[in-house]
Design a protein around this ligand. Structure first.
Ligand SMILES: NC(=O)C1=CN([C@@H]2O[C@H](COP(=O)(O)OP(=O)(O)OC[C@H]3O[C@@H](n4cnc5c(N)ncnc54)[C@H](O)[C@@H]3O)[C@@H](O)[C@H]2O)C=CC1
Ligand SMILES: [Mg+2]
Ligand SMILES: [Zn+2]
Length: 276
């Protein structure tokens, strides 16, 4: 959320407002961006799979429509959420990131996980409901730890085979049942690079809608061990001096923030602000 964007559960039977349109190809855009007048959109008779009211932007109600196919309206095309994260205004990215998470949840919770019957949308609540089971399913959020490990003027960065060529980042991983945030962090660092850490400090958090991570960012100091890379997950991991860093993750990511913050403190530069 931001000063201009707040989330809300809105009644889809009410007309008007703005709409963001999603398909498997991403979000629909035209020359004016990704927010369309909803009444105009409806008049084009799009093949809507489901609709959710998701919030207010500058006081205007905003809805999400997910299409069955990937047929963009004339003059429109599709753009992936990552493009909005990388460029463009942050409010639009926040709206679309939220819309993407609601769409993922709505698509994946059409049927009850317990009895298999069709679920229904609960009015005024972000929940899908199975009456026979009296079961509600809410949007899924996956807590993930992300940590910058440091050793004086050096920081530990690693590459996953999934990264853009040349880019190195901080270590990250999903929390498992039974773990505290700190347990998860210690386990992930052991699994991915076989190092021990100490003085774990929470720094800040960021929603990461790819598809539903909640990143909890930490700083930790190296405590011991030699780097042993986890096969398949880690392609390269090494210590970099703060004044000789490789290509880094996108400016809006918490990974980048954790790195920039430490470097700024080490080199006496102004501290960055976490985009969230
Ligand atoms: N915003 C940022 O700056 C960054 C965000 N991330 C995000 O952090 C998350 C975790 O990072 P990874 O290194 O990929 O995780 P990871 O180190 O735990 O490894 C991924 C593996 O975790 C398992 N997994 C997948 N989804 C899961 C879930 N929801 N819960 C539990 N286990 C799951 C799968 O076996 C998958 O292969 C990802 O969503 C990634 O995109 C990662 C780095 C930077
Ligand atoms: Mg990982
Ligand atoms: Zn059920």
């Amino acid at each position: 959320m931001s000063a201009r964007w707040t989330t809300a559960v809105l009644d889809t039977n009410v007309s008007g407002g703005l709409v963001v349109v999603r398909s498997a190809e991403g979000f629909m855009v035209d020359a004016n961006g990704a927010l369309f007048p909803r009444d105009w959109f409806k008049r084009q008779e799009p093949d809507i799979r489901f609709e959710h009211g998701i919030g207010h932007y500058d006081g205007q109600p905003v809805y999400l429509a997910e299409l069955h196919g990937a047929q963009a309206l004339p003059g429109c095309s599709w753009r992936g959420l990552r493009q909005f994260m990388l460029e463009g205004d942050f409010d639009t990215y926040k709206i679309l990131g939220y819309a993407a998470q609601i769409a993922t949840w709505a698509r994946e919770h059409r049927f009850c996980g317990s009895c298999g019957q069709a679920m229904t949308q609960v009015p005024r609540e972000r929940a899908m409901y199975c009456e026979p089971c009296d079961l509600r399913s809410y949007p899924r959020i996956s807590p993930s730890m992300i940590v910058l490990v440091t050793r004086g003027d050096e920081i530990l960065l690693a590459r996953s085979p999934r990264f853009v060529t040349g880019v190195y980042s901080t270590l990250a991983g999903f929390a498992e049942p039974g773990e505290s945030a700190e347990d998860c962090l210690v386990r992930e660092v052991r699994e991915e690079v076989a190092l021990e850490v100490q003085n774990i400090q929470y720094v800040g958090s960021q929603c990461w809608p790819f598809p539903h991570s909640m990143m909890l960012g930490f700083h930790a100091e190296y405590a011991g061990g030699e780097i042993v890379m986890q096969p398949d997950e880690i392609e390269d991991a090494r210590w970099f001096r703060v004044d000789a860093l490789p290509p880094l993750p996108a400016g809006r990511s918490i990974a980048r923030y954790l790195i920039d913050l430490y470097v700024a403190r080490r080199l006496g530069l102004p501290e960055p602000v976490l985009p969230r």
